[in-house]
Design a protein around this ligand. Structure first.
Ligand code: TYD
Ligand code: MG
Length: 453
């Protein structure tokens, strides 16, 4: 009799090994190795030469050209998808529990159904009655969406084969259970198997499949990274607790630009779109205060203005605090070091707090100069003029580097009533009329100009 063997699988990268260890040898992650039952492979079958047949590349552009995208007419969702839903695509939507993934996808399902797609929403987490109640609350009770409450993958696939939908939503991939895999739902092998089956279904039948994935504490979609490689598009739904804003961000998209964002607001009646996020992110801004600076950023293809807030205070501790929300802590340390060694402005003995207002997360190095301005403004207790936006990358030498899309940033600033901008020298400003633009080459002249130091 065959012995049931076990393997050890890394939940971060999916690598397998025959023994447990504290650290994955493949990806170097700690405490990610879990024991799972080994899967028995598919039964051996006779080779079939027709199965793997190739076709000329040029053929694809004729007979099998993909049908056009379908738009949901929820603009924020369509933009993140790259202009709409591509038939046959597999999409993974990750996010913290409770952030609003099910709400987003139910609203999305109703919108796509309204655009003529046959849509099926399969919930493995809630009963159909619960989903229906949510739909009622969202004012979607008469949407042409079919509901299913099922977790057995084989049953789900059988249903889908019979119903042939254009769009399938699986909420969530961690609750799906393939009976060919001998481990618990949510385990690496199960998640991988389910994602694989569903992705194959999408490709084979030309249906778009959207899978919800919960995110672990360190912000990765639970289950192996291989799931992210399997699908065509990976979206993250983000937001801070206590804030109403939710940001849908594409981190990978085979059918459109990555790093695109869609902005929503969570209300009592579900998610509503925010067509002008800059206005929203700046709406909480009060009187000009020391430490507050408006950064003109770019998210994907769209300019977004947001407020950076810094607080600098003498520390009672021997080791001063560096605390940052919405930006990269390592980058903050770099800016502090450049200010100290290139401009002679030390932050020793001072606690430094940096916050991006509104729960926004910024990844662009173009925020460097705005961060430096916020830090200096807080340290010197001098407010940066309220009608000014700031952007630019800072190099270790203290030089300011031009950033992409200078013109778009300036246009957005002007649209929102700003009258001045500070940017690195060399960026293509284009038509900056109506805005007084100051372009500088290095951080020292910036410090001199704004803070007279
Ligand atoms: P949900 O979509 O269930 O989150 P997820 O699927 O990511 O776990 O949303 C959960 C939260 O959203 C819940 O705390 C309540 C809130 N919510 C609203 O504020 N308004 C609404 O209309 C709905 C449906 C939910
Ligand atoms: Mg949910």
């Amino acid at each position: 009799m065959a012995r049931a063997s076990t393997v050890f699988v890394c939940s971060a990268c999916g690598a397998t090994s025959s023994k447990w260890s504290g650290r994955c040898e493949a990806c170097g992650a700690w405490n990610t190795i879990h024991e799972e039952r080994a899967t028995s492979g598919p039964p051996a079958k006779a080779l079939d030469r027709n199965k793997g047949r190739t076709v000329p590349l040029t053929d694809l552009s004729h007979a099998e050209a993909p049908p056009p995208r379908t738009a949901s007419r929820l603009d924020e969702l369509d933009r993140v998808l790259g202009g709409g839903l591509v038939p046959g695509s597999a999409i993974l939507v990750g996010g913290d529990p409770g952030i609003g993934k099910s709400t987003l996808l139910l609203q999305g399902a109703a919108a796509f159904a309204g655009s003529g797609l046959r849509t099926v929403y399969i919930s493995g987490e809630e009963a159909s009655a619960q989903v229906r109640m949510r739909a009622e609350r969202l004012g979607l009770s008469d949407a042409a969406v079919r509901l299913g409450a099922e977790t057995n993958l084989r049953d789900i696939l059988a249903t889908l084969e019979a119903e042939r939908p254009d769009l399938v939503i699986i909420d969530s991939i961690q609750t799906m259970w393939a009976d060919t895999v001998d481990s618990a739902p949510g385990s690496v092998s199960q998640v991988r198997a389910a994602a694989h089956e569903l992705t194959s279904f999408a490709k084979k039948r030309g249906a778009a499949v959207v899978m919800v994935g919960h995110v672990t504490k360190d912000g990765q979609i639970a289950g192996p990274r291989v799931v992210e490689h399997m699908v065509d598009t990976v979206l993250y739904f983000e937001g801070e607790r206590g804030h109403q804003f939710r940001i849908l961000r594409s981190v990978k998209n085979r059918f459109g630009p990555a790093d695109e964002i869609g902005v929503f607001e969570m209300t009592g009646g579900g998610l509503s779109e925010v067509p002008n996020p800059s206005a929203l992110f700046l709406s909480e801004r009060g009187q000009p205060a020391p430490g507050s600076v408006v950064f003109a950023g770019i998210e994907g293809t769209r300019p977004v203005l947001c407020e950076l807030q810094a607080l600098v205070a003498p520390t009672p501790q021997s080791q001063p605090r560096r605390s940052v929300v919405g930006w990269d802590g390592g980058r903050l340390a770099m800016i502090l070091a450049v200010l100290e060694s290139r401009c002679g402005i030390p932050f020793t003995g001072l606690d430094v707090y940096l916050n991006v207002a509104g729960g926004m997360k910024i990844g662009e190095p173009a925020a460097d100069l705005a961060v430096a301005a916020a830090l200096l403004s807080a340290r010197e207790d001098v407010a940066v003029p309220a009608e000014t936006v700031v952007f630019g990358e800072i190099s270790l030498s203290g030089a300011l580097r031009p950033v992409t899309q200078t013109e778009n940033r300036l246009k957005e600033a002007r649209k929102l009533g700003f009258t001045a901008a500070i940017a690195p020298r060399g960026g293509k400003a284009g038509d900056a009329s109506g805005l007084s633009l100051t372009q500088m080459g290095d951080l020292t002249s910036f410090v001199g100009e704004i803070f007279g130091a």
